[in-house]
Design a binder for this molecule. Structure first.
Ligand code: NDP
Ligand code: GDR
Length: 370
């Protein structure tokens, strides 16, 4: 039985990857940070009672900022494969916490590679590094491929640039099986609530259900190449199953503006949105509501711009070229953008219907919007 260790197992990708590896017969170990709440919502369906014998899913307390802890866990688990998904992954927040982000996203990768080296596992343990399309940053050429130069535009991207190169360096210096997946944005119903797609699908569901008036967003012109996280974790696994380690771009090859994502998300519920105005004065209003189940007034403003969500330096355009992954890994995305939007919006409608039931029963419900 193969044994895998996943950092960031409580995150979006960690959850889907753990599910995939368990379905392939792996024993799956995950590193979880201590927090004052359980914080295991995304993996609760995979939980196995540690008091039972023969379990294939196990969590270890740890942190990418703690080298000794990583060495101890790697020694205990003796993994065949490590997936380093743990990170402070929010680009905007990285401007507020740049040093912490550098420590966890940059040096955290080094600590894990060193753990493998110190323990003499360089020829046994394969490692996947969660690199990112944010490395491309300021547009040099499109579509972006493995050959496109990097120009990071945030403390997050700069930290990930270190993670990328230290992974390449350990591959070359110690002949390790170490790969970077340069993944473009990927989303799902499990996406963190403060990333733009999830913020939009949550807002759309709540507006349709009469729980919220408006969504406040930042740069509506930014373009992203959005795929489904379920498809992208398969690419991670494929990267560690090849004869030779290599770095791969994982993307759909289609780019869409934030504004268009908003339109698609409302359209999923039969609501047509029109945008008017420019810059901070731009708004989106309801042009038509084709679903009589939703009580939306034509003309109601449902999207507004709040400059608080602008970034000091922005990444305007991402569109990936996944040709190498298609040719060498046989990978292709199964979900297109409309399937992704539908999956996310419908999941959020189901989620927030619960709030309407609670409200009707007289229970106050809290909602955070960041
Ligand atoms: P999430 O933010 O959903 O998950 C991040 C995970 O990292 C969480 O489990 C989090 O734990 C954990 N983590 C954060 N800080 C630490 C730390 N100091 N020590 C150990 N673990 C830590 O991210 P995604 O699942 O979306 O992304 C997975 C990885 O892929 C990340 O590295 C991200 O930067 C990268 N990436 C993501 C892309 C995307 O579009 N989703 C695209 C390209 C790259 P906790 O739950 O306790 O916060
Ligand atoms: P990104 O994702 O920065 O690409 O990083 P995010 O969803 O945060 O932003 C995408 C684009 O939308 C614009 N935007 C807003 N973003 C947020 N979060 N909130 C808003 O209100 C808003 N309004 C407009 C942003 O300016 C940006 O242009 C994600 C993360 O998962 C990283 O970890 C990963 O490496 C990259 O994707 C690939």
């Amino acid at each position: 039985m193969k044994r895998a260790l996943i950092t960031g197992i409580t995150g979006q990708d960690g959850s889907y990857l753990a599910e995939l590896l368990l379905s392939k017969g792996y024993e799956v170990h995950g590193i979880k940070r201590r927090s004052s709440l359980f914080n295991t919502d995304r993996i609760d369906h995979l939980y196995q009672d540690p008091h039972e014998k023969g379990i294939r899913f196990k969590l270890h307390y740890g942190d990418l900022a703690d080298a000794t802890n990583l060495i101890r866990i790697v020694q205990e688990v003796q993994p065949d494969e490590i997936y380093n998904l743990g990170a402070m992954s929010h680009v905007k927040v990285s401007f507020d916490t740049p040093e912490y982000t550098a420590d966890v996203d940059g040096l955290g990768t080094l600590r894990l590679l060193e753990a493998i080296r110190i323990l003499g596992l360089t020829q046994k343990t394969r490692i996947y590094q969660a690199s990112t399309s944010e490395l491309y940053g300021l547009v040099q050429q499109v579509p972006q491929s493995e050959a496109t130069p990097f120009y990071p535009r945030s403390p997050y991207a700069v930290a990930k640039l270190y993670g990328y190169w230290i992974t390449v360096n350990y591959r070359e210096a110690y002949n390790m099986y170490a790969c970077n997946g340069i993944l473009f944005n990927h989303e799902s119903p499990l996406r963190g609530e403060t990333f733009v797609t999830r913020k939009i699908t949550r807002g759309v569901a709540r507006i349709a259900l009469g729980l919220q008036q408006k969504i406040f967003l930042g740069n509506l012109d930014a373009r992203r190449d959005w795929g489904h996280a379920k498809d992208y974790v398969e690419a991670m696994w494929l990267m560690l199953q090849q004869d030779q380690p290599r770095d791969y771009v994982i993307a759909t090859g289609v780019t869409t503006t934030v504004r268009e994502f908003v339109n698609l998300a409302f359209a999923e519920l039969g609501i047509e949105i029109t945008f008017v105005g420019e810059g901070v004065n731009e708004v989106g209003y309801v042009a038509a509501c084709h679903n009589l189940g939703y009580q939306l007034a034509v003309g109601q403003v449902v999207v507004a711009v709040d400059p608080a969500y602008f970034r000091p330096t922005e990444v305007e355009l991402l569109i990936g070229d996944p040709s190498r992954a298609k040719a060498e890994l046989g990978w292709a995305p199964r979900h297109d953008l409309s399937a992704l939007v539908s999956d996310m919006v419908q999941a959020d409608v189901r989620l927030f219907r619960r709030d309407t039931v609670l409200l009707e029963a007289g229970h106050p419900v809290m909602f955070h919007d960041e």
